[in-house]
Design a protein around this ligand. Structure first.
Ligand SMILES: Cc1cc2nc3c(=O)[nH]c(=O)nc-3n(C[C@H](O)[C@H](O)[C@H](O)COP(=O)(O)OP(=O)(O)OC[C@H]3O[C@@H](n4cnc5c(N)ncnc54)[C@H](O)[C@@H]3O)c2cc1C
Length: 430
């Protein structure tokens, strides 16, 4: 990564070099825009391992990083194993023998930033302190120039992408919505067992529900696994002395399968905790900024789709930023399209995870489960109203109409009496 003096202006400033920031920067730089990516030094912070489903490959290919990711040698998984909702083990293989990726996030993010740099992004390791929106056309980004963050320099940008994740450098200026959703604390540890694990499917991600939380294990090699417990800090009796390790061990004992797995393994790093609570945003765009990836919304880690969501959000943000720069008259409609799409995606995942928690609640009668089983509509009040696709599919009139269409020799669209035409952006490739 280059350590250079900062330019005083840049078409686009991207704050944060996680999956969202690195992907958006790479796409926009490849399209010929001047892109400055500013990312905080995180080398002192412990990193998680995460599971990426095989469907991420399509996105990796679209942003031109698939080859580099395949060459990096991440541990590949063939599916997931669950103990969820009842005592039975459920082992699911990915369709068509496809394989997912088990990635140590520090390594994965580093690779994506290198790919952004290779596409001509200027990548600088610095912390953004704040952003000021002086006019409708420019924003000023204040960047710390020393490790104590006492002195700053200013960079003027036409578009700023807030890809700073939960930190939400712009998102927290009144856009973040947490609603009344329960809080989730993730406590993680790394385990080693030199002779490997006695599991039928050692590459699988393991997920196990227990009385007042759930545990999750991601292998990153045949002998090393990350094991995380998800608890509600308001429901779980956290160790009063603030000893994360004590709480971690107490929670692990509540699991049946995962504690069996770790009982004769070595904990190789001191457990640590991070916030994993769900949130969204009241809107995701302003005249000179976009909230991208986790800066816009965070979905429950149970879905294992956070990175995929962040990269697809980055892809869409790149299209919208490009539109704002090259066709400013389309900027407003592009930005409102972006907010609507981000809200819709968040709402889809929130609905899906609430259903998983309802399933868990059938076995575990505890507020941890019941609190997550209901959708909190505060979170997605701006989302377009959801369509219940299942009931549409079951509707006999809809089924009859489809049967008729299938048998038609040809199909044409004609404007009906109540047709209203609304101007809405389409996506043009470059
Ligand atoms: C416990 C847990 C388990 C998870 N498991 C999975 C999983 O298995 N699979 C999955 O797909 N997803 C998982 N996720 C979700 C996934 O981690 C996120 O969705 C993903 O990291 C979002 O990427 P992002 O780029 O939007 O944000 P981030 O990855 O958070 O990146 C933000 C970046 O911004 C930088 N930054 C922050 N503040 C500043 C600042 N002021 N100046 C400059 N830079 C700054 C940070 O250093 C970081 O590099 C999990 C999340 C948690 C909490």
């Amino acid at each position: 990564m280059s350590r250079i003096h900062l330019p005083s202006t840049s078409d686009i400033v991207v704050i944060g070099g996680g999956p969202a920031g690195a992907s958006a920067a790479r796409i926009l730089a490849a399209w010929g825009h001047g892109v400055l990516l500013l990312t905080k030094n995180q080398s002192h912070v412990p990193t998680l391992a995460e599971s990426l489903p095989p469907s991420c490959r399509k996105l990796f290919r679209a942003i031109g990083v698939l080859e580099a990711i395949d060459e990096a040698g991440f541990y590949r998984s063939t599916g997931n194993t669950f103990w969820w909702g009842n005592d039975q083990m459920r082992s699911e293989h990915f369709a068509d023998d496809e394989r997912g990726y088990q990635v140590v996030r520090r390594e994965f993010d580093h690779l994506l930033r290198d790919q952004a740099e290779a596409a001509n992004t200027t990548v600088v390791e610095s912390t953004v302190k704040r952003v000021e929106f002086d006019t409708d056309d420019t924003a000023t980004v204040h960047v710390a120039t020393d490790s104590e963050r006492r002195t700053t320099v200013e960079v003027e940008a036409r578009v700023v992408l807030d890809c700073s994740g939960r930190s939400g450098i712009i998102a927290r200026r009144g856009f973040r919505r947490q609603g009344a959703m329960p809080l989730t604390l993730a406590i993680a540890g790394v385990w080693e067992r030199s002779e490997g694990w006695s599991l039928a499917e050692p590459t699988h991600t393991l997920v196990e529900a227990y009385h007042d939380g759930w545990a999750w294990s991601v292998p990153v090699s045949p002998s090393r696994r990350y094991v995380t417990v998800m608890v509600d800090p308001r429901e779980t009796d956290l160790d009063k002395a603030g000893q994360i390790a004590a709480t971690y061990r107490r929670e692990l004992v509540k699991t049946r399968e995962i504690s069996r797995l770790t009982h004769d393994a070595q904990l190789s790093e001191e457990p640590w905790a991070c916030d994993a609570s769900v949130y969204s945003a009241s809107r995701c765009a302003g005249s000179t900024f976009l909230l991208v990836g986790d800066a816009a919304s965070f979905i429950d880690p149970l879905s294992s789709f956070g990175v995929k969501k962040a990269i697809s959000s980055a892809w869409m943000a790149a299209i919208v930023a490009n539109t704002c720069l090259v066709k400013p008259d389309m900027g407003e409609v592009a930005r409102s399209f972006y907010t609507a799409r981000e809200m819709e995606i968040f709402s889809t995942y929130a609905t899906q995870t609430a259903a998983y928690f309802r399933d868990g609640a059938t076995m575990h009668d505890h507020p941890f489960w019941t609190g997550r089983s209901e959708l909190n509509y505060d979170l997605d009040h701006n989302a377009p109203s959801a369509i219940d696709l299942d009931s549409v599919r079951r509707d006999p009139k809809v089924q009859a109409a489809f049967a008729e269409l299938k048998n038609s020799a040809e199909i044409a669209l004609i404007p009906g009496d109540g047709l209203e035409i609304e101007r809405w952006p389409g996506i043009a490739g470059r």
